[in-house]
Design a protein around this ligand. Sequence first.
Ligand code: 9MR
Length: 464
Amino acid sequence: MKKIIVAFFMAFALLNCSNDETDSPEPNNTLAVPFASAASSTTDTSFQANWVLVPDAESYLIDVSINNNFSEMLAGYNALLVEGNTVAVTGLSQAVTYYYRVRAKRGTEISNNSNVITVKTTGVQPEEPEDPTFLKVKVNALANPFFVGVAVKSNQLTEGSAYDTVLKNEFSSITAEYEMKMNPISTGSGTYNWVATDRIVKYGNDNGINVHGHALVWHNAVPDWLSSFSGTDEEFALEVKKYITDVVTRYAGKIKSWDVVNEAVNDGGNTRNTIFLQKMGANYVKDCFQWARDAANAAGDTDLLLFYNDYGTSTNIPKQNEVFAIVDDLKASNLIDGVGFQMHNTYLSPSKAQIETDINRAVAKDLKVHVSELDIQVNQNNDISFLTDERSLAQKAKYKEIVSIYNALPVENKYALTVWGFKDNESWIPFSTDLNHPGDDWPLLYNNKFELKKAHTGFLEGLD
Ligand code: 9MR
């Protein structure tokens, strides 16, 4: 009996003890960190922030910020106390990215921060209108102006077309993007198709727009009949001489400058192994310049400017050295007036210092500088699917940088700064197999609708 009574009391005590715990819990567990879940009901000015409830939490503290390190909290959302698992975040701006995180609270105890959720409000950010000043108007007002050029195609030059209007307003120089190369002009030995070339030159001459000739000799523009030429090397050289002579003669006095040889140096810093090198020998660049000079002089044009044109020299020092070795050689024979720096750049490269070093080598030799094919890629790594604000601003800064480098050159070294096309969607860059460009891009001054981009404002700002 005594045993039964003891067992009864023990059981009662145990029961009592467990009752005590149920009635007034005193948890010794740490408050869990809440899990923030995706925002919902996003509008132009608000969204609903959500999270998963934590056991034992009494309330939650929510932070909303415009930076993902929460250095700047949104007014009213700095540790805002909320009960439940959601809160409406209101009073926001359109098309802006916000970040939120949440902490659980129990009495004075506060958990660590949750994961961070990113949410962008809908709508379109109101755009600041770009400066509508025309490029050449601002350049021509400078103490030391220069030509502002653009690459053109003959079918863009119809009077009254959008290209014609923009060209006449903004640009003072043109370069044919492809129609003044050897392959479209030269149809056979001594036979030519001048239709597009004549149209481009006449357009420039009629409208007081400078015409830069591009390019007499380029390994990528050899007509089929010449690349399969079966005559002797001497005969091949005579064909090249005849071509240069006929083209320069036809446009003597109508074209101010020619790229005589384009891209004669390879990326390894050696003379490129082209059909011209193979058949005409190491002196072929100089021969071509000599023939161009002789033809111009014979036609009475003693002012024709002869350029050597190449790409990628600012970042490739062996190539830069080889280009300037060729330039030195031409200069020693008084056959060259300027250097064309193509500048198919990206928003990251080359740096200001690299460009200056490269260009200054031409300045030091008293040569004219032509930034001859400027465009600035923003998607060379294919990491964006549309032109983001961030990339657009980076491109604007790079346009500004190159224009201000150019504008700072001594007056006698300035010639032209030429942009390689009008609208982004007509640029050679997007999806270019030549360039191994992996996707879309927006490298120029006007978008697909011919609207001014920030890049255009950057160009203007480079003139300040
Ligand atoms: O942008 C030009 C493209 O439309 C032509 O199809 C191509 C071939 O004629 O040439 C492109 O321009 C090149 C320029 O003449 C020389 N530097 C590199 C340019 C891009 O390939």
